[in-house]
Design a protein around this ligand. Structure first.
Ligand code: MF3
Ligand code: CO
Ligand code: CO
Length: 252
């Protein structure tokens, strides 16, 4: 939890902007028939052509440049050669390193026509992220963020994923503080100006215990819902300012 040096704030802003633009770019290609490996290459090429690198590639042995988590995959889905099909929902999670700083963002994309059930859980995940972000200001705590997220998600009849959450970010990809999607008001770590963190709630349809899977040659795990029901997630990188916050990964 190291505040970003004043002169480096603009670098963090640029990393966030590039992550957002990469996500917009990849999102345009999400349609039935494309494989997640093809999306991975589209992202990798875009990031490289902007003088940046894809943070996931080689990170603790992770084999790809983005994560693609389809339907009941909760997060860290590894791009593969399986084509997306009509009705799928996919979380695309992009992290770039530009001038040493990380920008990390994800969103859900619909493949063709998707069910109302799928649209609803995606909308709730986005709403949950927004509720969490609303709490971000100096003096607030990670518990405030988690409390707001969990309250919103529970009210809508979904379940937050407890095991995985947001994180501090800057020159380090996954820094403290840990930002859980649950918590108590006033508990956890206090936010101070000029640190950056991600707010990235994952929400499930049911309370079924999540399942953890290994990735070959990597210490990163990927996760699925225990009963193959839907999961959804959105993520932004947020800068804590002197008075509130700035969302660094906003898309046009
Ligand atoms: N982008 C993910 C996050 O939001 C982390 C992916 S790490 C990887 O924290 F190794 F799985 F790519
Ligand atoms: Co993240
Ligand atoms: Co991410």
């Amino acid at each position: 939890m190291t505040p970003i040096a004043a002169n480096d704030i603009r670098l963090m802003e640029r990393a966030g902007q590039l992550a957002a633009r990469t996500l917009t770019h990849v999102g345009k290609y999400v349609k039935a028939g494309i494989t997640t490996n093809e999306l991975d290459k589209i992202a990798a090429d875009f990031v490289r052509s902007h003088g940046a690198t894809s943070a996931p590639l080689g990170y603790h042995g992770f084999p790809k440049s983005i994560c693609t988590s389809v339907n009941y995959c909760i997060c860290h889905g590894v791009p593969d050669d399986k084509p997306l099909k009509d009705g799928d929902v996919v979380n695309v999670d992009v992290t770039v390193i530009k001038d040493e700083y990380h920008g990390d963002t994800s969103a859900m994309y619909f493949v063709g026509e998707v069910s109302k059930e799928a649209k609803d859980i995606c909308e709730a995940a986005q709403g949950a992220m927004d509720k969490g972000i609303d709490e971000v200001k100096p003096g607030a705590t990670t518990g405030d963020i988690g409390f707001a997220i969990n309250k919103y998600v529970t009210k809508r009849g979904y379940w937050i994923v407890k095991e995985i959450g947001g994180h501090g970010i800057g020159k380090i990809f996954h820094d403290d503080p840990w930002v859980p999607s649950y918590g108590k008001k006033g508990k956890g770590e206090e936010l101070i100006p000029w640190i950056c963190l991600t707010v990235e709630p994952m929400i499930n349809k049911t309370a079924a215990p999540i399942k953890e899977f290994s990735i070959a040659k990597s210490s990163i795990k990927y996760y699925e819902t225990g009963d193959k029901t839907l999961s959804a997630q959105y993520e932004h990188t947020i800068l804590v300012t002197d008075r509130g916050h700035e969302i660094l990964t906003l898309r046009d």
